[in-house]
Ligand binder design. Sequence first.
Ligand SMILES: NC(=O)c1ccc[n+]([C@@H]2O[C@H](COP(=O)([O-])OP(=O)(O)OC[C@H]3O[C@@H](n4cnc5c(N)ncnc54)[C@H](O)[C@@H]3O)[C@@H](O)[C@H]2O)c1
Length: 333
Amino acid sequence: MPIRDTLMKSFEEILYLSKADVEKLNVSVEEIIQAVENAFCEKAAGKVEMPPKPGIHPKRDAFIHAMPAFLGETKSAGLKWVSGFPENPRRGLPYVSGLIVLNDVETGFPVCVMDCTWVTAKRTGAATAVAAKYLANKYAEKVGILGCGVQGRSNLEALLAVCCSLNEVRAYDVDRGNLDRYVKEMTAKHGVRVVPAESPRQAVENCDIVVSAGPILKNPHPVIEASWFKNSGFACALDFDSYWKPEAMYSMNKFCTDDREQLEYYKTQGYFANVPKVYAELSEVVAGKKAGREQEEERIMSMNLGVAIEDIAAAKLIYEKAKKAHVGTQLQL
Ligand SMILES: NC(=O)c1ccc[n+]([C@@H]2O[C@H](COP(=O)([O-])OP(=O)(O)OC[C@H]3O[C@@H](n4cnc5c(N)ncnc54)[C@H](O)[C@@H]3O)[C@@H](O)[C@H]2O)c1
């Protein structure tokens, strides 16, 4: 067969990975944390292309985002097309759904399509863990989790993988049923003490690390006060500025983010009306271009917006593992 025909044949099919396919590969949290940390290093070295994610908004506080990224070092390229619809849980559906398309970097051909929910959960937890590695107190013992859904679970799992002294979780959720399920599940899964908090304040006060993962609101009604947050604490906001009062964010000694450009873009879209100046991007901290935690007493926050390099780095890892394990379904292009 002529070489051109052989080459054409190899791009006639794509690998489709369902949610179950992705899950059965059993990729470990440590592997995802490493992939995400490497992606931040590539970003710091100027080897990634990642325009701010544009979105459409069919309903209030709902989004469908296009998240493209190219990582030059690992030769990964692709797009996540992800939605978040806050009313879905009331319908018995997950808040987040979507797909990732991976492309061959030589020809541009799509080579894989996969469900994005597992990747979204794990890479967000992994980004929090990478941030905590550099910005949290080394001897952090207590973590507060606000919002006990998918992110509340994956963030705790990832934090436990990097913060060896964690021994207590203070969990808060507006839905008592969700909170009780979380306490039971996380206690059984991780063997760590999980205490239900009666208020957001109880999940913040005296905690060394606080992760907020409630709904993202365009017009937020934040409740977390500066005085609740411990000196020496590290906070990671996954729900933008919805939970943290401006004075709480301004009380931080260092205010970081995963992508300055994305934060600026969100401002043009009406989000982040009042947030402090960014001290550093996580990529700069990971690569040693900016200092992470320097003193025990520092108050540090990372506003993790969620960036496409995390998704595409994790998805590439999954794709390679799936090919090796012959997992997934071949589909004709
Ligand atoms: N920054 C990122 O990288 C990133 C990535 C994925 C998701 N998110 C955001 O994280 C948040 C959680 O996503 P998820 O997939 O875990 O959703 P989920 O629906 O699985 O869980 C959300 C949980 O929050 C609870 N909740 C609602 N309002 C609350 C409040 N005011 N205080 C405390 N708990 C509250 C709900 O009862 C539910 O248990 C969303 O805002 C989502 O957009 C951010």
